[in-house]
Design a protein around this ligand. Sequence first.
Ligand SMILES: *Cc1c(COP(=O)(O)O)cnc(C)c1O
Ligand SMILES: [Zn+2]
Length: 402
Amino acid sequence: MYRLVCVHCAATYAPEEIIYTCARCGHLLAAEYDLETLDVSRETWNRRPLAVWRYRELLPVRGGPVTLQEGGTPLYRLTRIGEELGLSGLYAKHEGMNPTGSFKDRGMTVGVSMARELGMRSVACASTGNTSASLAAYAAAAGIPCVVLLPAGKVALGKVAQALMHGAQVISIRGNFDRALEMVHELCVSHGLYLLNSVNPYRLEGQKTIGFEVIDQLGGEAPDRMVLPVGNAGNISAVHKGLRELTALGFVDRMPMMTGVQAEGSRPVVNAVEQNLPELIPEPNPETVATAIRIGAPVNAEKALAAIRTTGGTAISVTDDEILAMQRDLARKEGIGVEPASAASVAGVRKLIDAGVIDRDEQVVCVVTGHLLKDPETVVRQCKPPLEIDADLQSLLSALRL
Ligand SMILES: *Cc1c(COP(=O)(O)O)cnc(C)c1O
Ligand SMILES: [Zn+2]
C-alpha cells in the first residue's frame, strides 16, 4: 500500500515503475504509504528481533527479502566523552556493526530485494566506498551481477577490498564521486541496470530504520537531537522521513532536531543552512580525509534542508583534525572503532556544545556510520607502529612503560 511521490511537485508514480527522478520536474521520488489503512502496531514490532525487517510493514518489499541480517546495531552511551562535554545524555548508534560494516546495508537489503521483485537482472552504483562494499555483498547474496564506479585513488582500502572480494565489476574513474554518479545514472537508464545510489527511493526506506531502532532502544521516546554525517544527504533525509511516519502513526509524540555535520572542505549543505539559501550551491572540488562524505553536490539536499529546517535542527562543519581527534577519542575513551566520516557526527556535537547551540540537558544521538577497519590507512597514519624487539623477557621489560 504505497506509491512513489515526487518530493518537489507531488506527481505520483506506480511502485513497479523503474524510475529514479520525476518525469515532470526531474526531482527525486519517495515511497509514501497509506498510513491510515496500514496494519501495524508497536506490539507486533516488539515481538520481533531488533533489525531492519522488524519494521516490514513500513517497508516496500512484499516477498521474502534478500537479507544478511542487517540492523539491530548497538546504541552506546558515551560516558567519558559525554562527561568531558558536560552532556550526560550523549549516545552513539554504531552502524559499523552491520554485516559489511556500514549503515548502507540497511538500504541495500531493501534495495536489492526490490531489484529482485522488479525483475531487474543486474545492479549498479557509484560510490565513495561503502555503497559499493554493501551492494557487492547483497548482489552476491541475491546471485545477480553488480557494477560499481569509484573515484580513482579516493576510496578507503577496506571498502575496495570488500567490493572486489564479493565479486563486483569494480571500475575506477578519473574523476570525483559526483561525476561517477552522473555516469552510472546514465548507464543504468540506457542499459537497464538497477541503480542503487541514494537517488533510489527504496534504498532510503531501509535506512530510515536507524531512527526506528533508536526510538525502540530509548524505550519508545524520541531523543532531542539526532546528529548525522552528511555526504549525499540520503541518510539524514531517510531518518527524518521514518520519524515523520512514526509521528503520523502516533508512535512518538515529537521530532528530534535533525542535525547534519560536514567536513570543512566539503560543506555545501552547511553553507545553505548558514546563509538560508533556498537551494544548495555545489562544491566543485570537495576534499576531506573523511572520504565517505567527500561529496560536493549532494543529490538529497532538498530533502535534507527541509529536514533540518522543519525540526529546528542545524548543520555545522568540522575540520579534518577535529574529525581525526574524535576518531581517536571514540576509540580510546569509549572503545568504539569508527571510520573518519562517522567521527564527524560526534566532533560536530563537541563544536555545537562549545558554540552554545546544544543545551547540556539535551539527549543527543549521534549516528556513527561505518567501522574503523574500513580505512586502515588513515588509522596507521595516526598511530605509531608497533615496537619490534628481540624475543626475550628482558627486552620486553625494557620496552614496556609499566
Ligand atoms: C555513505 C556514508 C555517509 C554519508 O551518508 P549520506 O547518506 O551520503 O549522507 C557517511 N558515513 C559513512 C561511513 C558512509 O558510508
Ligand atoms: Zn516532480
